[in-house]
Design a binder for this molecule. Structure first.
Ligand code: GTP
Ligand code: MG
Length: 371
């Protein structure tokens, strides 16, 4: 498979062009499609016509080998291609219901929400679940985890794997972590990802967070359009990779706590419209005490609905399971509360408050989630 995708499999692409392309980070036939002719011309210094010819050849080649669908196809074929879409279970009943079975391949799913709403935990959980065999809701695939905020935690992977009765070492082994240090580096990682995806049978790409570095680097109104343009490029590439390689892509995006900084509405993701318009699925996470609410915001075929979930040892969890497991912990924390008359930190006091929330859990506040 990897052999078939070599650049010199294309008629008329000799050693010189191959070298020119690989110097520019284009390593296989898929990469040509992912980058597109305009970009290929830009990064290699080729004539635009030449670049177009090569990309068209690449497309033709992939169509012939059955890896890409033709330009004009019957709906039956579109339907067939959609049959190839894989779904990754979230490990919970509630979120699987929201996703109509699981997180889809050939699509970009944007998860947005405020800090601590569970975006990173969701990404960790999916990184484990995708490795499950197909019979158990996984895709028996590997993970490419692009970590831009240094929040990837192997310990969390271990505990999630254990909670799902999987061998933690094997699970860790199939997650390739790429730490991105700035937005240009983040883009470069994705540009170079083709061979990594092929060689490791990657079925899930996580970008956590997709927007953070762009936001940090492009401050102020004057740089907004430049930032959006760069972000646009990144997100489109991510989406094309998901389609081309038949893998799922998850991009997280934090909702700003102080709405005055970028966009007016605090419930809008900070990436603005760029991420939203490219994502196939958008899901919004919201805190409600210890519980979390997930809402499918716009999707071509899911109804807009909400579910309630929890965060715990197993990553994202069904509320019932989490409550069963927190009973013991709750007792512990209450003891601690009794010992120290006042919580030391804000975090601690928030924790105590959420313990209370769990104890008080009833359907009332579960319904008052609409703003
Ligand atoms: P930002 O990246 O800051 O925007 O937040 P996020 O949406 O990525 O939040 P994240 O997924 O990091 O969620 C953090 C929350 O997950 C914490 O407040 C905890 O409630 C929960 N959490 C994380 N790890 C554990 C764990 O090991 N056990 C339990 N019970 N909860 C955990
Ligand atoms: Mg996070």
């Amino acid at each position: 498979m990897v052999e078939d995708l070599r650049l010199d499999s294309l008629e008329g692409v000799g050693p010189v062009t191959t070298r020119k392309l690989s110097d520019a980070g284009v390593h296989n036939v898929m990469d040509l499609i992912v980058r597109g002719p305009v970009e290929i011309a830009e990064i290699t210094g080729m004539e635009k016509d030449t670049a177009e010819k090569i990309v068209n050849k690449a497309r033709q080649y992939l169509v012939e080998t059955g890896l890409l669908s033709r330009d004009f196809v019957k709906a039956t074929e579109v339907y067939k291609r959609r049959q190839d879409i894989g779904k990754i279970t979230t490990g919970t009943n509630c979120l699987d219901t929201l996703f109509d079975g699981g997180v889809e391949t050939q699509a970009l799913t944007e998860v947005y929400g405020e800090f601590g709403s569970g975006k990173t935990q969701f990404a960790h959980t999916l990184s484990v679940m995708v490795q499950k065999p197909k019979t158990e809701g996984g895709l028996d695939g590997g993970v490419l985890y692009i970590d831009t905020e240094n929040t990837f935690r192997p310990e969390r992977i271990v505990s999630i794997a254990q909670a799902h009765e999987m061998d933690p070492e094997k699970v860790l082994d199939r997650i390739i972590v790429a730490r991105a240090y700035n937005s240009a580096h983040q883009t470069l990682i994705l540009e170079e990802a083709g061979p990594v995806i092929e060689e490791n049978n990657i079925k899930l790409i996580v970008v956590d967070s997709a927007v953070g570095l762009f936001r940090a680097e492009y401050l102020g109104r004057g740089t907004l359009s430049n930032r959006q343009q760069k972000l646009n490029h990144f997100v489109h590439m991510l989406s094309r990779i998901a389609e081309t390689y038949n893998c799922a892509a998850i991009a997280t995006n934090q909702v700003m706590a102080s709405p005055d900084v970028f966009f007016g509405d605090p419930t809008r993701p900070i990436g603005g419209n760029v991420v939203a318009h490219t994502s196939t699925y958008r899901i919004y996470f919201k805190k409600s005490g210890k519980k979390r609410i997930a809402r499918m915001v716009d999707s071509p075929h899911h109804p807009e609905e909400e579910v309630i979930f929890a965060l715990g040892e197993a990553g994202v969890m069904d509320l019932e399971d989490a409550e069963k497991k927190t009973t013991k912990k709750t007792t512990k924390k209450v003891t601690k509360k009794e010992k120290e008359s006042e919580p030391e930190t804000a975090v601690e006091s928030a924790e105590l408050e959420t313990v209370q929330a769990i104890e008080d859990a009833d359907s009332d506040d579960l319904e008052s989630i609409e703003e």
